[in-house]
Structures are given as structure tokens and as C-alpha cells.
Design a protein around this ligand. Sequence first.
Ligand code: XUL
Ligand code: CO
Length: 457
Amino acid sequence: MRDGGLAHGCTLGGMSSLHSAIADLPHVTYEGPSSTNPLAFHWYDADRQVEGKTMRDHLRFAACYWHTMRNGLADPFGRGTALMPWDDGSNSLANAKTRAEVFFAILDRLGIEWYCFHDHDVAPEGDTPAEAASNLEAMTDTLKGLQDGTGVKLLWGTACLFAHPRYAHGAATSPSVDVFAHAAGQVKRAIDATIALEGRGYVFWGGREGYTTLLNTDLYQERVQYARLLEMAITHARDNGFTGDFYIEPKPREPSLHQYDNDVESTLNFLREFDMHEDVKLNIETNHATLAGKSMGHELRVAAAAGMLGSIDANMGDEHAGWDTDRFPTDLYLTTDIMLVLLEQGGLGNGGLNFDAKRRRESMEPVDHLHAHIAGMDTFARGLLGAAALRADGRLREFMAVRYASWSEQLGEDILSGNATLASLEVHAATVGETRPFSGRQEMLEAIWNDVVFAAT
Ligand code: XUL
Ligand code: CO
């Protein structure tokens, strides 16, 4: 990953006793497409230049703390299956510190240089806000030490405003003002931790900001409350030196019947309605697009067109499941389309590709962390190559330009600049007569896409 990376199986940041289940895992290196070693990268070659930038910079991979360290792979019908021999199952700070060491060791084996966390993934919640505060401060110190010892950086932090029973009716959108105050305090602490760890971003995912029945819900009141919490968060962060980005992460359906940040368009509407569109961008997750009944490509392009595409939660859903499967992104069509949007907009600025993804419950061994991330990283590296090849080929862009060419003619310019009227266009239509049908050539374009992307190396 970088000079001075951790040696095989060594101890981390001066801490001892890295569990052998992790210490024995190999460091993953690039071996190229002809390699059959499943614990090597076949496509992700961090230093390789693509369109004048390294793969490392184009992709800026991050791992998430919650799925990697805290997801036992349980489902509603059965206990967790994940083998986590380093975790004693307690809520002690000592256990939390061990988990953090293990997390950084996994990042080190994969050469992943960024991470994301929720406050209570990393720090025990405790029984009172005071305990939550001191635990988070202690874990911030631990994470700072690990960051300094490895060069790993924080992509974004966030607060878990959905797991505690007090948030049953929502956090910012709770009918109880006291619950709102708890949420506000928690957001303050999570922002302080993000600033201390020099995070590039801070995410609001509206976990329980939604409703299950309109019989007890004042929809307008709740949205105003939500906007107020966001405003306070932005003020607090900026007053305390935060220079990174704020993101809202849209998601429909889960965990409420209706989530206020349903999809990209509803979130943009919310931000514009409350005049926060200059301060907040979007963190867009593939599985959330799937749940919204949209493609990731659609969601990304809507945000990009508004200048508000900030970061990506890189996973994928399943068209056949109505819930969040959060699979690792192994679909080449998907990753190519994502990378095409990113290349077109010149990258993500402060954002990155955060693997908000979990292993299947059958992939329970520690080594599966490596397999899962390798699969996602290689598929994104191929997506980058495919997207760059499509741009170099140019036929799709050319077809698009020709399809809209009439809008560059005088009449098109008149309409777009507001110099036409319904009456003037009625006259024009009468003079041109009927238009000739013309093809969108979808199948031809799909064939070109296949030829170019699957040949890209
Ligand atoms: C939930 C989800 C969250 C956010 C951060 O579906 O994606 O983990 O990414 O709160
Ligand atoms: Co997410």
C-alpha cells in the first residue's frame, strides 16, 4: 500500500496480540489477469495510470467499519455465522480497541487506505450520554494512533441514529423533543470525532427518519425538524474547523415504510426547499438505488447534473429481493457505468468508493474479508478500464451528439435561450411538415458497449 506498510503478521502501532486469525492472512498484491491466485489482484494495479491518474486515485477505495467488524452475518431467522475469534462479544473498551486493530490489519492486507465508521460501531454506547462521550473520545485516540501508524485516512464519519430504542420514532424527526436533543448531542460528538480524525466527509443517513403510518405522523413538521438538525450540524462543524463535505445518503423503504430521503430527486428537493443545496452533497449507494426502483446510473447522473454527486457507497442489491442485501459489487456492467459517470465529472473530490457491503452468511471465515474486497476492487478496476475504453472509443458519445444535433441549430438555440413561443413553433411545424422516424439504435449501442468493455485490458 505505502512505504512503511505493516510487515506480515507483525504487531500494529505498538499494540501486541493481533489475533492469529488475522495475522496469518497474506498481503494481497497485483499479479495480473493471467493469475489464478484468488488472494491476488488480477485487475487492481494501484499505481497504473488511466487517463493521467493512478487507479488508486480514481477509485479511492474505503472499507466500512460496520459490516467489516460489527456484522455477525445474522438474519431475521438465525444467529450470526461470522467467525470473529478476536472478538470476546463484550461491550468493553478493550474489546473495541482489539476490533480496531484487527480492522486496520485487514485494511493493511488489502492496501485499502480509507475507511468509514458510525460512532457506535467503533465505541461502546455506554448507559449515558456521558459514557458515550468518553468512550468515543477514547476510541478516537485509538483510531488516531492507528491512522498515524499506518497512513490510513478517514473518508467519512457518521452517527448511528437508528439502533437505540429511543429512536423508534426517528431521531431528528422524532415527535419527542428530548429524543431530538439526544440525537443532536450524538451528532455533535460524531462530528467532533470526525474532525479529530481529519475525516474528509460527514454523512447523514436518515436511518429512522421516516414513518410507518400517516395516522400518527405530521409529515411537514418532521421534515422541518430534520432540516434544523442538519443546519445545526453544519454550523457546529464549520465553527470547529471542519473543511470537508457533508453528504445525505438517500434510501427508500428501510427501515421505515417511507423514508424521507427516498431517492436522489426527493433528497435534492429537500435540500433546495430548506436552502442547504450549497452545503450538502449526496452519498449514493447502489443497493439504495435498487430499492428505489432506479438504476445506479440514473441516480448518479441526476446528482451529477445538479453538481451534487459527492461520494459513493459501493455495493449492489438484488432485483429479486425487496431488502438491502448489500452485496460486494461484482457486476461489471454496474462498475463500468459508475466509473463512466465519475470520469465524465472528473472524479469525486473529497469522496470515494466506500464498500458498504457485507459478505454472505455462508462466507463466514476471516479470509472471506479478503476475497470479498478483492472481488469488489478488481471489478471496479475493470470498470475503470472499461469506462476509459468507452471514452477512448468515442462511438457512444458521438451517437449521442448526433442524436441531439438539431438542438445546436438556430431553432434549437432560440428555444433554449427563451426566444421562441408556442405560436412561432406552430408556424415552424407547419413549414417543416411531418418528421421522419429515426432509430435510437439501442441494440447496436449495447453491442458496441459489450465489444469495447469486454475487450478492455
Ligand atoms: C444503511 C446504510 C448506512 C449508511 C451509513 O443502509 O447504507 O450504513 O451508509 O449510516
Ligand atoms: Co450506505
